[in-house]
Design a protein around this ligand. Structure first.
Ligand SMILES: [Zn+2]
Ligand SMILES: [Zn+2]
Length: 63
């Protein structure tokens, strides 16, 4: 069974998530550059509700 893995970009400011294939690289709410993966371990973001990296626990939102 092949499960399609959808990855997301996430805004570090407002936590808005967009699918990786949308080609959006900046948040349309606040102009922040969207994170494509965890900044410390490069783990991909596979949930649109991610707040912390599931691999290393780094908080993706910057305050
Ligand atoms: Zn934002
Ligand atoms: Zn990480």
């Amino acid at each position: 069974m092949v499960k399609e893995r959808i990855a997301y970009r996430i805004c570090p400011k407002c936590a808005r998530a967009v699918p990786l294939e949308s080609k959006e690289t900046f948040c349309s709410n606040d102009g922040e550059k969207l994170l494509e993966s965890c900044p410390s371990c490069q783990n991909p973001i596979i949930s649109p509700y991610t707040r912390f990296c599931s691999n290393c626990g780094t908080e993706l939102r910057s305050k």
